[in-house]
Design a binder for this molecule. Structure first.
Ligand SMILES: [Mg+2]
Length: 169
C-alpha cells in the first residue's frame, strides 16, 4: 500500500540528515518516544539521539515528542531530559495530536516531519495530518509482542523489507 510508505526510511534518528529536512522546508520535528528516541522498557535515550536533537535545535528546528503512551510522567521525564515539549496519549494514527503539536509550535503540517518506528501509528498519522513521514528502525527488540507483530505487518503493507534492530551508540 503506497499510501502507508514513509517519505524516507533511516536506521535511526541519528542518521536523519538535517539538511534534507531543511531542503524540504521543515521547521518542526515531531518525535515518537517509545523505540524511536528511548527504549520502551528500560527508558534509555541513546547518546546518538541526544546529540542529534541538540544539533537539530542549534540549526533552528522546533522539536516535540508526540507519543501514544498514556504514562504521562514517563513522557514528561524524557521531554524534560531533552529540553523539548511533549504530547502524551496522542492517539496516533488519528491526526489530532499531531495537528495540535503543529498548532502549538505555530507551524503548518506540511512544514513538519513526524519521526517514528511504527507504520500503522506514526507513518499513518503523518499521512493523515499532512506532515512529512520519517520511518526509523526500533531501538530495542525488548517490547510488547503485539508491538513487534504490528510493526512487521505494517512494514509488509508499506513494502519495507524486514529490518534488523539497531543498536545505536
Ligand atoms: Mg514507537
Amino acid at each position: 500500500m503506497k499510501f502507508l510508505a514513509p517519505d524516507i526510511v533511516v536506521p535511526s534518528v541519528g542518521d536523519l540528515d538535517v539538511t534534507w529536512l531543511d531542503a524540504r522546508g521543515i521547521k518542526l520535528i515531531l518525535l515518537d518516544r517509545d523505540n524511536t528516541i528511548a527504549t520502551p522498557k528500560e527508558h534509555v535515550i541513546p547518546p546518538s539521539v541526544r546529540t542529534w536533537i541538540a544539533r537539530a535545535r542549534r540549526r533552528g528546528f522546533s522539536l516535540a515528542i508526540v507519543s501514544n503512551n498514556t504514562h504521562t510522567q514517563i513522557i514528561a521525564d524524557t521531554a524534560e531530559e531533552l529540553g523539548i515539549s511533549y504530547i502524551s496519549g496522542a492517539w496516533k494514527p488519528l491526526p489530532f495530536g499531531v495537528k495540535r503539536a503543529c498548532k502549538v509550535a505555530g507551524v503548518l503540517p506540511h512544514e513538519t516531519a513526524l519521526v517514528g518506528d511504527q507504520i500503522f501509528t506514526d507513518c499513518l498519522a503523518a499521512k493523515l495530518a499532512g506532515t512529512v513521514s520519517v520511518k526509523v528502525s526500533p531501538l530495542s527488540s525488548n517490547e510488547a509482542p503485539w508491538s513487534t507483530a504490528l510493526r512487521r505487518f505494517g512494514e509488509t503493507c508499506a513494502g519495507i523489507r524486514r529490518e534488523t534492530h539497531q543498536r545505536p551508540s
